[in-house]
Design a protein around this ligand. Structure first.
Ligand code: 8ID
Ligand code: ZN
Length: 369
């Protein structure tokens, strides 16, 4: 029985506290073809959700906003006249950042369905007459997973294998997927060195594991004993505490026999994680820009970039195939999200802890209030 209303964590205005409210559930008759209704089981809290709630990125989300974009739920309804649905009622699926994409524009045809991107879909919000390619972003341009029921799209949800528990799957749908894709495109080989600033956080701790799974050697950078313990347990070959190191560039180079790492996968939510990357990379190295500090600029000396033949990649979540691969690897047991569970109504406290850098791994919310 689908209720008429449900509980959701709502941001009324950007920068204000999140409030738990009763909001309407979209009725079956109102679901458009291609839409599905999920009864949510759990959702991870990504630092992106905090950026969204604060409105601290150059492109702002809609308001009022229900955040959240790494959730797992059960499909309870599919819009009538939906053709060729790859999923069915009763199935457990994941909602990721890209809630829906047109699948027929140039970027989608090239497998970069995420890349029609934020500005374009926000543009559509503001000016519906713009002939947009119809990207919808969970917890940014459409309501997300911090709610007991969520409307999603059958072509873009990610099926969750039976062998993977919902809580373990949730954060693979953003954090796992994002770092897995960044590793795929890092042009590194097995045994090569990859440095991960932010290694003790949500994205970072999964990046350590995917990198080890893919045979890379890992230098984990973050701060505090708890994150150190976590990174070492997950197989990091080296640990450097950025708050204690007096010469981060020197320490990173020393860990790689003086030559520097082949790639940096920067997952910090502060600009400081980016500042030295260009200085410590080995010639021919790749900087994978993933963390999205508010309003920050990448400060890279052009001389260093050219002289050392460095490549800078912006890596933005991933496509449906990346999501399925990241989920498969997690289902195999090779990568495990390290999480603690809280209730939906704790989201404001989770944001505070996240802002203070207190969370090692991830927080996964159950849908109780
Ligand atoms: O598609 C994308 N590119 C994408 C997808 C998902 C998330 C980008 N993100 C962005 C988020 O918006 C956020 O800006 O990645 C960033 C990290 O998200 P997260 O992993 O969810 O955040 P977290 O759990 O708070 O982890 C961040 C870690 O960075 C450490 C913190 O201690 C924390 O463990 N850190 C910081 I802040 N400054 C550091 C520094 N200078 C640092 N670690 C090393 N060096
Ligand atoms: Zn995210």
């Amino acid at each position: 029985q689908i209720p008429k209303t449900h509980k959701a964590a709502v941001v009324g205005e950007l920068g204000q506290d999140v409030q738990i409210k009763d909001v309407p559930v979209k009725a079956f008759e109102d679901l458009a073809p291609g839409e599905c209704l999920l009864k949510m089981i759990c959702t991870g809290v990504c630092h992106t959700d905090l950026h969204a709630a604060m409105g601290d990125w150059p492109v702002k989300p809609k308001t009022p906003l229900i955040g959240g974009h790494e959730g797992v739920g059960e499909i309870v309804a599919i819009g009538k006249d939906t053709a060729d649905s790859p999923v069915k009622v009763g199935q457990r699926v994941g909602v990721k950042w890209i809630a829906s994409s047109c699948l027929h524009c140039e970027q989608c045809r090239k497998g970069r369905e995420q890349s029609e991107g934020l500005s374009r879909s926000v543009l559509t919000l503001l000016m519906p007459q713009v002939d947009c390619e119809d990207v919808k972003i969970s917890g940014y341009t459409v309501d997300g997973t911090f709610a007991q029921y969520v409307v999603s799209w059958v072509q873009s949800v990610t099926p969750i294998p039976d062998t993977l528990e919902s809580e373990a799957a949730a954060s693979i749908l953003c954090a796992g997927l994002t770092v897995y894709r960044a590793l795929k495109y890092s042009e590194t080989n097995p045994s090569e060195w990859i440095v991960i600033p932010g290694a003790g956080g949500g994205l970072g701790h999964l990046a350590v594991q995917y990198a080890k799974y893919l045979g890379r050697r890992v230098i984990a950078i973050d701060s505090g004993d708890e994150k150190e313990k976590l990174c070492r347990e997950l197989g990091a070959d080296h640990w450097i505490d950025f708050s204690k190191s007096k010469d981060l560039v020197g320490d990173i180079k020393a860990a790689t026999g003086g030559k520097g790492p082949h790639a940096a996968l920067v997952t910090t939510a502060s600009p400081s994680g980016y500042t030295q990357a260009v200085a410590y990379l080995r010639p021919g190295g790749h900087l994978m820009a993933v963390g999205l500090p508010a309003e920050a600029k990448l400060d890279a000396g052009i001389f260093d970039v050219v002289y050392n033949s460095l490549t800078i990649h912006g890596s933005y979540v991933g496509n449906r195939q990346d999501a399925m691969e990241a989920i498969e690897i997690a289902a195999s047991g090779a990568v495990k999200c390290h999480y603690a569970t809280r209730k939906l109504s704790d989201v404001e406290q989770v944001y505070k802890d996240m802002g203070e850098g207190k969370i090692a791994g991830r927080i996964v919310l159950t849908m109780e209030v």
